[in-house]
Design a protein around this ligand. Structure first.
Ligand code: BTN
Length: 265
């Protein structure tokens, strides 16, 4: 069995974890953000496969600088990746993380859907999100911090009214609490499987699986980017995981990043 190093708390699954990708855990009780911590570690040369895990985050970061509310009961982890690939492949990494999360949720009998690029939702409510932060060196990725936040056993009363109205948790969906360590183990196992596909450049397999688990294709969407708002019908995603929409004019437009809202089916 492979040895994993643990800093701080020992995790229950430390003896049984045998996942190629995972090399080390850095575990915190409370921390501002696992992404911030992982980024600092990566800047200081920490290798691929270090997982930063926290019970509570005080300044959890969401996409577009939003706050990711992170009370006790959720899964908050960030993993350092150092794939040898061009930086335009980063979006695919966040798509594969989203399908790893939705696959893990599905194993509890709950049908989770992925919304482009990487929201995980159950019955239209958000259950998990991915924050990918990458550092490039020229056209290559130097490192990637893959941050994953999941509402696992969250008491929704601990969330703000705004977040509460648009969120759900896995415990709420199945009516019972879930074993934290088993869930994380299963998640890291799924992540490892999809990451292996990525490293062997089987991008089409990742795209195919993402399409299977997504409810974005065919939707009328509003995409807000840093410079514009685009409304169109989702036609497809390409090999890099970019969204292809058909505009009112009939033209196709490829969108590399942005905030996506469904307008109608
Ligand atoms: C989103 O906006 O949907 C992305 C949310 C990502 C939250 C996770 S929780 C673990 C990691 N640490 C952070 O500060 N953010 C990510």
């Amino acid at each position: 069995m492979k040895e994993c190093s643990f800093i701080g708390k020992t995790l229950d699954f430390s003896k049984s974890l045998d996942i190629d990708l995972v090399k080390k855990f850095v575990v915190f009780d409370e921390i501002p953000s696992t992404n911030i911590e992982a980024k600092e570690l990566a800047e200081n040369g920490e290798g691929e496969g270090t997982v930063v895990l926290a019970r509570i985050q005080k300044k959890g970061r969401g996409r577009f600088n939003r706050l990711w509310e992170s009370p006790d009961g959720g899964v908050y982890l960030s993993i350092i990746l150092r794939p040898d690939c061009p930086s335009d492949k980063a979006t695919l990494l966040s798509l594969l993380a989203a399908i790893a999360v939705s696959t893990s949720i599905a194993s509890y009998g709950v049908s989770a859907k992925v919304k482009w690029p990487n929201d995980i939702r159950v019955n239209g409510k958000k259950i998990a999100g991915i924050l990918l932060e990458s550092e490039a060196f020229g056209n290559s990725l130097k490192y990637v911090i893959l941050g994953i936040g999941i509402n696992l056993n969250i008491d929704k009363n601990l969330l703000s009214a705004k977040v509460k109205s648009i969120s759900t948790s896995l415990s709420e969906e199945i009516g019972t609490s879930i074993n934290y360590h088993s869930f994380i183990k299963n998640l890291l196992f799924n992540l490892d499987e999809y990451y292996k596909l990525f490293l062997s450049k089987k991008y089409d397999r990742i795209i195919k699986e993402w399409k299977n688990q997504s409810d974005t294709l065919g939707r009328i969407v509003r995409i807000t980017t840093s410079s514009e708002q685009i409304i169109g019908k989702v036609y497809d995603i390409d090999r890099s995981g970019f969204l292809i929409v058909i505009l009112n004019s009939g033209k196709h437009k490829t969108i590399t990043s942005g905030d996506c809202t469904y307008i109608e089916k």
